[in-house]
Design a protein around this ligand. Structure first.
Ligand code: SD4
Length: 335
């Protein structure tokens, strides 16, 4: 693709220019630049169900895949899928059973984005398990995009959600043990990195997604990460594709990672190349990357998918043609 054509295709010129200027500063600028100029946006639209999600959430991804195969729309299938992890008390970073903040409160964050560009989010919500479904209610039943804390909780009750205790005995015990020497030190790929971000494509070829989490274990009270922030933890443009993130939310937010990936795909990158460039944006500016994990997954309109992360150990699920596979992601930090 010629540069003139590239700029014409950039629906956000500033993003197009930002891509160009950052490339000059990247270590493998030449490689990335050639990916932009050589790859073409997908021309063939996929119309078969596909579900991908972060980490090895076999049952959640299978549930979304089955729902899609029955003709359920992309967003509803994704919400059904992630509900399995929201209700799984053994998962300490999503929904019920999630690790609490430093003060012992479990607070959840989630967002959804639909194929028509609508979105909804809830942040710092207590006592409600299915926060992805709640985010959808914010999208469909209010004039707003995001509700926080007590307001989100009160809205949940008005919509028929039940009040549930989210702190399990196991999470309480782990938090009490942590309090003995309360150091805030997230460990790569361990316990605080199991957020589920899911992207789905339905029988019409429409794409939607959701991201749901209890955030980082033992975070400060009121802390919100990338997961419920549209553009950071999740972004969908149904004409192009979608992306979602897991890992150290602060770093994803600084680079608006999911929006970036979709814009890179708009400019011709494959989902794989776009995930790699989004990780590159983080590691090229931040030499502390050795201490945290970030992982992205993405899907385009042709049904192609990609994934990339900083450190070895991230895997993602892919449901397609009746198969539900756990796939190890390629990673940046090789030594
Ligand atoms: C956050 N990105 O709150 C989330 C954490 C995460 O698995 O991915 N946990 O920053």
């Amino acid at each position: 693709m010629k540069r003139r054509h590239f700029l014409k295709n950039a629906s956000l010129t500033s993003v197009g220019l930002a891509v160009g200027s950052t490339l000059t500063g990247c270590t493998d600028a030449a490689t990335t630049k050639s990916k932009i100029s050589e790859e073409k946006p997908p021309m063939t639209m996929n119309k078969k169900p596909i579900a991908i999600c972060t980490w090895g959430f076999v049952a959640a991804n299978a549930k979304a895949g089955e729902a899609l195969s029955k003709g359920i729309t992309a967003l509803d299938a994704a919400i059904e899928g992630v509900a399995i992890e929201e209700e799984n008390i053994k998962n300490t970073t999503v929904g019920k059973g999630g690790a609490p903040d430093r003060e012992g409160n479990v607070t959840l964050d989630a967002c959804v984005m639909d194929s028509n560009g609508d979105c909804g989010a809830v942040v710092c919500v207590e006592n409600i398990t299915n926060v992805a479904a709640l985010a959808k209610q914010v999208m469909t039943e209010t004039p707003h995009v995001m509700l926080a804390g007590e307001g989100a909780e009160a809205f949940a009750y008005s919509q028929g959600f039940k009040k549930e205790k989210l702190l399990t005995e196991a999470s309480k015990k782990a938090w009490e043990a942590w309090l003995k020497s309360p150091e805030y030190k997230p460990i790569i790929n361990i316990e605080n990195h199991d957020t589920i971000g899911m992207l789905t494509m339905d029988n019409n070829g429409d794409i939607a997604g959701t991201c749901t989490t209890s955030g980082l274990s033992y975070k400060m009270k009121g802390r919100v990460g990338d997961s419920p922030i549209i553009g950071s933890g999740l972004f969908i443009d149904n004409t192009i594709g979608g992306a979602t993130a897991t890992g150290m939310g602060e770093e994803v937010m600084k680079t608006v990672g999911s929006f970036l990936i979709v814009e890179l795909m708009r400019n011709g990158m494959s989902p794989q190349a776009a995930c790699e460039e989004a990780v590159n944006r983080i590691v090229s500016k931040n030499d502390r990357y050795k201490d945290f994990q970030i992982a992205y997954i993405a899907m385009n309109k042709a049904g192609e998918t990609g994934a990339y992360c900083i450190h070895e150990g991230f895997t993602y699920m892919k449901f397609q043609d009746g198969k539900n596979e756990n796939i190890p992601s390629d990673f940046y930090h090789k030594s």
